[in-house]
Design a binder for this molecule. Structure first.
Ligand code: G1P
Length: 295
C-alpha cells in the first residue's frame, strides 16, 4: 500500500440551533459556551491543529457570527488591553489566532442533517481526504482523539471512525458500527457495517464518537443520499454506501468524550477540564467535596 494522502483539512459542522441550551443559546451559539475560560469550539479546533490540520471549514447557520469573530483579531479589545499595560493577555489573544486564510465558513441554509452539513463543505475540501469533528463532542485525551485517528489512518488508509463503548440502553441514540474482526492492540478493527440510531438490536456496543477521517468519494454518496433517521440526510448512511467500495476502520480512542450537546455532559466537561488545570484542581476538588457533603 502506498502511503495514504495526508489529512490537511477538517470540517466542523456548527449549524445546529442549540435548542437544548435555550434560553442561553438564544443569542449565543452553543459552540461558544465556555468550558472554564475558552469556548468549547476552541478545544475542538486545538484538537484538529494538534493532529496536523491546516484548514478548517466551519459549516455554519444563522446567528453563528460569534464563532467567526472569535477566530479574528479583536482590535478594540487588544488596543484597550495594551493601553492598560496588559500586554500578556493581548499577546495571548494574538498568538491564539489561526493563520490568515486557514479557516473557511460555508452556510447550511436549512437544517437537513449532519450528512447534508458535511456535503456543504465539498467545494472547499475538494478531492482529498479530510477529517470531520463534531464539536458537540469535546474529547479529552493525550494525544487528542483526531491525532489517534491520524495514526490509525497512516497504518491502514481508507476511512477511519472513532468509536467508544456504549450501554445497550443508549445505543438507539447514536450511530453504531459492526466490526469484521476483533480489535487489535491499538483498538482498531476493520468494520463490516454501520447503522444510524438502530431501532432494534444494535450490531455492536460501539458507538460512533464524532471524529472521522473520510475519503472525498463520500461527497458523491452524500449527493444521492435520501433522508434517513429523523428525516435527515445522515452521514452514517452515506458512509455505509461508500463501504461497498472502500475499507472502513473503527478506532476505539484512548481518552474521554464529553457530549456537550447535553446539559449533564456539558457540566461534566466543565468540571473535567477544570480538574485538568493545575491552578484549579485542588481548590475545585475541595469545593466539590464541600457541596456534596451538604447535599
Ligand atoms: C451524530 C451522528 C452519530 C454519532 C453522534 C455522535 O448524531 O449521526 O452517528 O454517534 O453524532 O455524537 P447526532 O448527535 O447528530 O444525533
Amino acid at each position: 500500500m502506498s502511503a495514504p494522502r495526508r489529512v490537511r483539512k477538517a470540517v466542523q459542522p456548527v449549524a445546529g440551533l442549540g435548542t437544548r441550551f435555550l434560553p442561553g443559546t438564544k443569542s449565543l451559539p452553543k459552540e461558544m459556551l465556555n468550558l472554564v475560560d475558552r469556548p468549547l469550539i476552541d478545544y475542538v479546533v486545538a484538537e484538529a491543529h494538534e493532529a496536523g490540520i491546516e484548514h478548517i471549514v466551519f459549516v455554519t447557520g444563522r446567528n453563528k457570527g460569534a464563532i467567526e469573530d472569535y477566530f479574528d483579531h479583536a482590535y478594540e479589545l487588544e488596543d484597550t488591553l495594551l493601553s492598560k499595560g496588559k500586554t500578556d493577555i493581548a499577546k495571548e489573544l494574538q498568538d491564539a489566532l489561526p493563520a490568515p486564510g486557514a479557516m473557511s465558513f460555508v452556510r447550511q441554509q436549512r437544517p437537513q442533517g449532519l450528512g447534508h452539513a458535511v456535503w456543504c463543505a465539498r467545494d472547499v475540501i475538494g478531492d482529498e481526504p479530510f477529517a470531520v469533528l463534531l464539536p458537540d463532542e469535546v474529547m479529552q485525551g493525550k494525544p487528542g482523539c483526531l491525532s489517534q485517528l491520524v495514526e490509525t489512518y497512516a497504518a491502514r488508509g481508507g476511512n477511519i471512525i472513532a468509536v467508544e463503548p456504549v450501554d445497550r440502553a443508549d445505543a438507539h441514540r447514536y450511530g453504531i458500527v459492526a466490526l469484521a474482526e476483533p480489535m487489535d492492540a491499538d483498538g482498531a478493527a476493520a468494520m463490516s457495517g454501520m447503522v444510524e440510531k438502530p431501532a432494534g438490536e444494535p450490531p455492536s456496543l460501539f458507538r460512533i464518537s464524532g471524529r472521522y477521517i473520510l475519503q472525498p468519494q463520500i461527497f458523491a454518496e452524500l449527493e444521492r443520499q435520501e433522508p434517513g433517521a429523523g428525516g435527515e440526510i445522515q452521514l452514517t448512511d452515506a458512509m455505509a454506501g461508500l463501504q461497498a467500495r472502500q475499507p472502513f476502520t473503527a478506532k476505539a480512542f484512548a481518552g474521554r468524550s464529553h457530549d456537550c450537546g447535553d446539559k449533564l455532559g456539558y457540566l461534566t466537561a466543565t468540571f473535567a477540564f477544570a480538574l485538568d488545570r493545575p491552578e484549579f484542581a485542588e481548590a475545585l476538588r475541595s469545593r466539590l467535596r464541600g457541596l456534596l457533603e451538604t447535599d
